[in-house]
Design a protein around this ligand. Structure first.
Ligand SMILES: NC(=O)c1ccc[n+]([C@@H]2O[C@H](COP(=O)([O-])OP(=O)(O)OC[C@H]3O[C@@H](n4cnc5c(N)ncnc54)[C@H](OP(=O)(O)O)[C@@H]3O)[C@@H](O)[C@H]2O)c1
Length: 342
């Protein structure tokens, strides 16, 4: 099969190209082999390619196949598995920029009937990460206001929809007009552009008493700004550092004291490794929203076909051109099957 195989971290994303490798085989009882139809391009993939992610110190070192999120069709599983060959699944596992991936059963879910494989891939684990951050960790409730930093990204578009689904008001922070329109269509009540001066004051002015929001969801690494936007005793959850280019900010601890706020972190993958039952609870919470129709996948308009498009797609992501999830089609066969279903 073909795959984006990383023998050593690349300096330039244009150096990424497919090569021939062995099709992965099942090793354990819980392993599945999935023929990939679609893979998502994520911020994590961009960092993994260059060795810039915290996981590159321990869990993800060369040689490995790039790619973390996918949708596809199961080609092999244990006879005792709750899945069957032919089942359409989506999920997260290292090695998705390839024709096939081996994945643990716990890391995939059936593609919901109402979604195509491309749509399920666009949601991937982002919905669960965002539900875990907002609801499981930060305890967002009906009637509260949530501020979503990084709202135009793959995680952020899920966070906005989850905030709305639990009955909260969602204020979205994005970087341009096209993204503002997209996130309003996805359900955001208000949108503020982070390129405007003193955008934090604009956020506070949108809260009912001007005191600030109840919860900040930070996928970009703007904790200082997030704290400015929080009300007294507000909660902030750190999800990612998409805006930092590896330079993580230092925050003065007195800011936390002065507003009596709570700052949480949430690392979905590590939580799953340590507390699988919590992660199952998080998935169930998110999938309930999928079932009741509250969640709509958001796919970036540009089409990317085949593993040779990876460099171009990751470059579009790096240059802030994309919004929602950019999706790579790897096998067109299942696309034909999907179109026939419509
Ligand atoms: N905690 C976890 O378990 C977990 C799991 C998965 C991912 N993550 C992390 O979560 C973060 C977001 O992931 P993603 O997949 O949603 O990324 P993404 O799709 O690339 O989206 C990145 C977002 O960051 C925004 N952004 C980038 N630079 C910015 C800046 N200078 N100022 C303000 N906003 C900026 C972008 O906004 P514009 O496009 O509008 O500029 C975009 O909304 C990443 O750091 C990723 O590593 C965490």
């Amino acid at each position: 099969m073909q795959a984006i195989h990383i023998n050593e971290f690349v300096k330039d994303l244009s150096d990424l190209g497919p090569r021939d490798v062995e099709i992965p085989q099942r090793k354990g009882e819980k392993d599945l082999v999935v023929k990939i139809t679609h893979a998502a391009l994520t911020h994590v993939d961009m960092l993994y390619a260059q060795g810039l992610h915290q996981n590159n110190r321990r869990h993800v070192k060369p040689p490995f196949i790039l790619g973390t999120e996918f949708a596809g069709v199961i080609t092999s599983c244990s006879p005792s598995s709750s899945f069957q060959p032919g089942t359409k699944v989506f999920g997260g596992s290292l090695g998705s920029f390839a024709d096939y991936v081996r994945a643990d059963e716990s890391s995939v879910r059936r593609v919901p009937d109402q979604w195509t494989n491309a749509e399920a891939c666009a949601v991937g684990a982002s919905g669960a990460v965002s539900w875990g951050s907002l609801v499981f960790v930060a305890g967002l409730k009906r009637g509260e206001t949530a501020l979503i930093l990084g709202a135009s990204g793959g995680l952020g578009v899920m966070a906005v929809q989850i905030a709305k689904a639990v009955g909260a008001k969602a204020i979205a922070i994005v970087g341009d007009e096209e993204k503002a329109k997209m996130i309003q269509e996805a359900g955001a009540d208000d949108v503020v552009n982070y390129r405007e001066d003193k955008w934090e004051e604009k956020v506070k002015a949108l809260t009912h008493d001007g005191e600030g929001v109840d919860v900040v969801y930070d996928a970009i690494g703007a904790v200082e700004s997030g704290i400015k936007c929080l009300r007294y005793r507000g909660r902030l959850v750190i999800v990612g550092f998409a805006a930092r280019d590896g330079n993580i900010e230092k925050v003065l601890a007195n800011r936390i004291l002065l507003k009596s706020i709570t700052v949480h972190g949430y690392r979905f993958g590590e939580d799953g490794r340590r507390f699988p039952q919590n992660t199952e609870t998080v998935w169930q919470g998110f999938l309930k929203l999928v079932e009741d129709g509250s969640i709509k996948p958001v796919i970036y308009r540009e089409k990317y076909f085949g593993l040779r498009s990876i460099s171009r797609a990751l470059e579009d992501l790096r240059a802030h051109r994309t919004w929602g999830r950019a999706i790579l089609t790897i096998s067109e066969d299942v696309d034909v099957e999907e179109k026939a279903r419509l």
